[in-house]
Write a protein that binds this ligand. Structure first.
Ligand SMILES: Cc1cc2nc3c(=O)[nH]c(=O)nc-3n(C[C@H](O)[C@H](O)[C@H](O)COP(=O)(O)OP(=O)(O)OC[C@H]3O[C@@H](n4cnc5c(N)ncnc54)[C@H](O)[C@@H]3O)c2cc1C
Length: 532
């Protein structure tokens, strides 16, 4: 069976939802978006606190990394979303957009002409609907709701004060003129509900007759006629269907899914494709290479009472919080858990911060993260190297589209990453030891108090680091031989095919990656429509 459209978008995640909404604004343009996961009907998605319950399970792909050579050969859980809205439906809602110098580096050093901050800032502003901040650095009236955390947990406030006691100044706006400092994150929420790309962008467009959204459908491959992408083949409910694209196929399957789909379709490193019996359409060496991710290392403290959100894991408290939210849209359910944050310098100063911290007012919230003894409450302070130098890869496990690919982030594969990571742990411990937090802390559980030497800290990083969910750069944009797309996001050597998601970043930005991905998709919409 075959159905025809102008644009077929593969993947209904963060970028896919933005593009589906923007491209279908023109009623004469027929757009189809195909998502492997289901609709975003799970109630946890829409409650800000739900993040803590969604890093494993049915809304994810169930990935684990390949054994990590520099991290004790561990196979680390690797949550990536499989649901409408993608990462924006299950993420921690932290809204940061990177340092302007990240985009200037893309343009000046990495072949991404037209992506310098001055050129792309308008896309951040166009996307944003900030409930409080406005002016040159913040947008209002855009599709993406951004708000302050309405009722921060007292531990998050103690964290911000402890940072100041450690010499990290208060910063009221990480997306303002200055990134460095400590404060509370703004979140992608509106009226105390999550504002995913599916909620902010897609929902208002769903009534359009020219927009078709297919869920629960795995795209198997891109269909080529000669060197031109003319559609995609997908499987839904046991049936295989071809969606024809008269204008373009737009790949937005994320930094793991996009290179996988390209390779299954015959676009990638020729020898690797041939080793799986896949016919080569175009030999593009960079597909799946250049994987960057943030390697987050947690420190966990047990509290001397139940000051954090952990107590709401108990049935009675949970019922109380649920009732408060149902009746008044207030209380602990409005928390994204990762309330506090900081950007700071491993060596005390520098042109830009090279470490980011996330403070969680709870312990053991995410898959694979250490916790406190049962019955106690805890807090977690996580740090990562903002611009890691190690490069990993995504390769095919087999030619079967239902197999997950092999994801090897190569964590700590560069000595500088280990050095900066260790400084992150040291600063985290310093912060936990400051008076504002210390008065609430019974024990620091992870790491325990036996850590002394540099070697101890390095061993801790290798044993406890894990993904911070920011895979990027696996189909990087640029002009060199390892780039996969050009600065218009067109796949090298082929027609009718673009990649427009987090995989096209030339290098990882120094922040969380959802807002930068939305910016990429906003600009992609203009590139595709010719409005740039
Ligand atoms: C647990 C978690 C927490 C995070 N926390 C934050 C945060 O607090 N702040 C922040 O800024 N960023 C955060 N991120 C990162 C952010 O959400 C991602 O960078 C962003 O979602 C990437 O967008 P994308 O469009 O590139 O990919 P995704 O949003 O992952 O979308 C890709 C979509 O394509 C679908 N897909 C893949 N392959 C196929 C196929 N073959 N056929 C059909 N569909 C397919 C997937 O199911 C998915 O829905 C987090 C991510 C995760 C997973």
């Amino acid at each position: 069976m075959a159905v025809g459209f102008d644009y077929v978008i593969v993947g209904g995640g963060t970028a896919g939802c933005v593009l589906a909404a923007r491209l279908s604004q023109d009623a004469a343009t027929r757009v189809c978006m195909i998502e492997a996961g289901g609709k975003d009907t799970n109630l946890l998605i829409h409650m800000p606190v739900g993040f803590a319950r969604m890093t494993t399970g049915p809304l994810t792909w169930g990935l684990v990394t390949a054994p990590q050579k520099h991290a004790n050969n561990r196979e680390i859980p690797y949550a990536q979303a499989r649901v409408l809205g993608g990462g924006s439906s299950i993420n921690a809602e932290v809204f940061t957009r990177g340092h302007p110098s990240d985009y200037d580096r893309w343009a000046a050093e990495e072949g991404a002409q037209g992506w310098e901050f001055a050129a792309i800032q308008k896309y951040f502003l166009r996307s944003e609907d900030n409930s409080m901040l406005s002016g040159a650095l913040h947008g209002t009236g855009g599709p993406l709701g951004v708000s302050n955390i309405p009722d921060p947990n007292p531990m998050s406030l103690a964290f911000v004060k402890s940072c100041q006691e450690r010499g990290i100044p208060f910063n009221p706006d990480f997306n303002g003129a200055e990134q460095a400092g400590a404060g509370l994150y703004q979140t992608t929420t509106r009226n105390n509900r999550r504002c995913s790309a599916a909620v902010g962008y897609l929902r208002p467009a769903l009534g359009r007759k020219n927009l078709t959204v297919v869920t629960g459908a795995l795209v198997l491959r891109i269909v080529f006629k000669g060197r031109r992408a003319v559609g995609v083949e997908y499987r839904v409910g046991g049936e295989t269907i071809v969606a024809a694209a008269e204008a373009e196929v737009i790949v937005t399957s994320g930094a793991i899914g996009s290179p996988k789909l390209m390779m299954l379709s015959g676009v990638g490193p020729a020898a690797h494709l041939q080793s799986h019996g896949i016919e080569v359409v175009e030999d593009v060496a960079g597909v799946g290479q250049n994987l960057h991710d943030h390697f987050g290392i947690d420190t966990v403290a047990e509290l001397n009472g139940h000051q954090s959100l952990d107590k709401y894991g108990k049935p009675l408290w949970m019922a109380w919080a649920g009732l408060q939210y149902a009746l008044f849209k207030s209380g602990p359910v409005t928390s994204n858990v990762v309330e506090g944050g900081a950007f700071w310098y491993a060596d005390g100063s520098g042109p830009n911060p090279d470490l980011q911290f996330h403070f969680l007012c709870g312990a053991g919230a995410e898959a694979g993260v250490p916790s406190v003894p049962k019955g106690s409450s805890g807090i977690t302070l996580n740090s990562y190297t903002l611009r890691p130098k190690a490069r990993g890869s995504v390769t095919l496990r087999s030619a079967d589209p239902s197999d997950n690919p092999v994801v090897d982030p190569n964590y700590l594969g560069h000595p500088d990453d280990l050095r900066v990571s260790v400084e992150g742990i040291r600063i985290s411990l310093d912060i936990l030891h400051q008076p504002s937090l210390q008065q609430h802390v019974r024990h620091i559980r992870f790491p325990d108090n036996t850590m002394r030497s540099q070697a101890d800290f390095e061993a801790y990083a290798r044993q406890y680091g894990r993904t911070s969910y920011h895979p990027t750069c696996t189909c990087k944009m640029g002009m060199d031989e390892m780039s996969v797309v050009d600065p218009q996001l067109r796949v090298r050597g082929l027609d009718g095919l673009r990649i427009c998601d987090s995989s096209v970043m030339p290098s990882l930005v120094g922040s969380n990656t959802n807002a930068p991905t939305i910016m990429i998709a906003e600009k992609a919409a203009d590139l595709i429509r010719g409005n740039h």
